[in-house]
Design a protein around this ligand. Sequence first.
Ligand SMILES: [Zn+2]
Length: 401
Amino acid sequence: MDFDGKMGPEGHAARVAVRPRYGIMVFPMDFEILREDGSARMGLLRLARGVIHTPAFMPVGTNATVKAMSPGELKEIGAEIILGNTYHLSLRPGHEIIRSVGGLHRFMNWERPILTDSGGFQVYSLSALREIEETGVHFKSHVDGSMHFIGPAEAMAIQAALDSDIAMVFDDCTPYPATHEYAFDSLRRTLSWARSCRELQREGQALFAIVQGSTYKDLRMMSAERLREIGFDGYAVGGLSVGEPKELMHEMIRFTGPLLPADRPRYLMGIGDLRDVLVATEAGFDMFDCVMPTRNARNGTLFTNAGRISIKRTEFKADEGPLDPRCGCDTCRNYPRAYLRHLFLTREILGMRLNTIHNLYFYMDFFRKMRDAVNSGTFSEFRRNWEGVIEREPVTEEEGT
Ligand SMILES: [Zn+2]
C-alpha cells in the first residue's frame, strides 16, 4: 500500500484485505491511524469497496454526479470516496429507482466508496418551508414544491436503497444565530434521531453520528458525549459555516475536534476552504467535503500554487503558459491559459470540464501533500507556508452547499 494518495490495484482488493494485527478485517469499516503530528493525524480508512487515505477530501456528487466529471476522470485525479445527497436523490430520480438499477454505485458507474449525507442539512438549507416535529421534518421540495417528510427511519431507508458505504444519521441542523434554549431543543432532537438511526443501522453499512450544538460549547460537549455513549463507526461535526463569524467557527472546530473519539474517523461536514481545512486538520479532523473546488471551477475561479486566479481576466487573453506550472493535471499539462479564458468567455462545456479537472486535482494534491507533512512531522511548517499562499488570493467568493 502506498501513502501518496494513489489507489493501486490493492485498493480494489480491500474486499479481502488482511489487517496484520487482527487477521481478516471486520466490516463495515476499519480505521487505522498511521502517524500523528501534534493533534493532526494521517491514517487509512478501509471499506469493503476501497481504501481511503486520510485526511481525505470527498468531491461532492449531489445528483449522482460530481458536476462535469466522469467517474474515470475522478479516479484519474485520485478521488477515493465521493459524497452523494440523500435529499436530492430521494426527490430525483427517487431512491427506489436507484435501488432497482442496483444501487448508487451501479447507477452512476462508480465502484469506489460513497458517503451519503442524511438530508438534514439540505432540508435546512434548500427547502422553502420546513416544519419540524419530534419524529422528523415536513418540507417543501425545492424541485417542484411538493411536500415530503424525512425522519430518521426515512433517512436510513433512503440510504439503504442507495447502498452507500457510509451513511449519516439524520440531524436537525441548528440555524445561526440560535438562543441556547433553541439550540438545546434542536440538539435533543438530533440525539434522539441519532439513537433511532443507530437502531436501524444495516449490516455492512458504516454509520457516522453528527455533533450539533450551535456555537455553545456546553452543548457541543454534551452532544459528543451522548453520541459516544451510543457508539458509532465515525463522528462528524455539523452546523458550522452556517453564517457564524470565521473566528467563532475556528474556535468551535478547535474545541469540538478533541471531544470526538480518537480512534474513530472525524468528519467536518461541508467545510472545504483550505484555511479552514488547515485549522481542522490541526484539530484532528480526518474527512472533508465541499462544493468549493467544483463550483468555483464552473465560475472560472481556479486554485493554483500561487493563489487563486480568475481565468476571465484580460491579462490571460494571449497567455500561452499553463494555468499552474506546478500542477500535473491534464488541464495544466495540455492547455494554455488563453484557451481556458476563451472557453470560459464563450461558455463552452469543455471550459467547465477542464477547470473542474484542475481544481479537483489541486485539492487532491493539497491533501496528499498535507498527509506527507503529517507523516514527516512537518505539518506546522506546511500550514504556515500554505497560509501565506492562500492569503495571496485576489478573488473571494461566497460559498455554500
Ligand atoms: Zn492543473
